[in-house]
Design a protein around this ligand. Structure first.
Ligand code: ZN
Length: 188
């Protein structure tokens, strides 16, 4: 297994829709194992194929809820059903999201309160998870990645301005930026 470099906002693979997975073979199993290792090393609670340069519709997630119930798995060719979002502005204290492809700052974003995820696992079996709260947010965030959408694309104006500033300062927003968990310092 290996920790993979994580692409940073601006790299075209992050901004294009990914393609369905057609075969679950050893190569895909290796990719998923590497994605788990990369997510854990980052550390993060979710990681999508395009973030490691693979334009396929799959993501991994790892989250333990308030009742200590662990959710950890891979979603291959997922479908996501989302409850409508609130029209209230996002709360910076409880709704601030981050992304391993825009490492460092976090910005508030309103998300649907609940989701139903339907996906296939590595055995090719279909499964379904009903989620609310932060897990529902994780699923919406990762699912967006498969459509070439980053959470920073969805922010309110003031936060979008801050994103533009960070992007300029860091030299992101162009092809070819990546960071390697365990090697590169996120806060630099
Ligand atoms: Zn992300």
């Amino acid at each position: 297994m290996a920790v993979l470099p994580i692409r940073i906002s601006g790299d075209p693979v992050l901004h294009s829709p990914a393609s369905p997975v057609t075969t679950i073979d050893d190569e895909l199993r290796r990719l998923v194992a590497d994605m788990f290792e990369t997510m854990d090393a980052a550390p993060g609670v979710g990681l999508a194929g395009p973030q490691v340069g693979v334009p396929l519709r799959l993501f991994v997630y790892s989250w333990t809820d308030d009742q200590d119930v662990p959710y950890r798995g891979v979603a291959i060719n997922p479908e996501l059903f989302i409850t409508p979002t609130s029209i209230e502005p996002a709360d910076p204290d409880t709704e601030s999201e981050g992304c391993l492809s825009f490492p460092g700052p976090r910005f508030p974003l309103v998300r649907g309160a609940a989701t139903i995820l339907r996906a296939t696992d590595l055995d090719g079996s279909a499964y379904q998870i009903e989620a609310s709260g932060w897990l529902a947010r994780i699923f919406q965030h990762e699912f967006d990645h498969l459509d070439g959408v980053l959470y920073i694309d969805r922010l309110d104006k003031a936060y979008a301005k801050a994103v533009t500033k960070v992007t300029r300062k860091k030299g992101w927003g162009v092809e070819g930026n990546a960071w390697l968990p365990g090697v590169d310092d996120l806060d630099a």
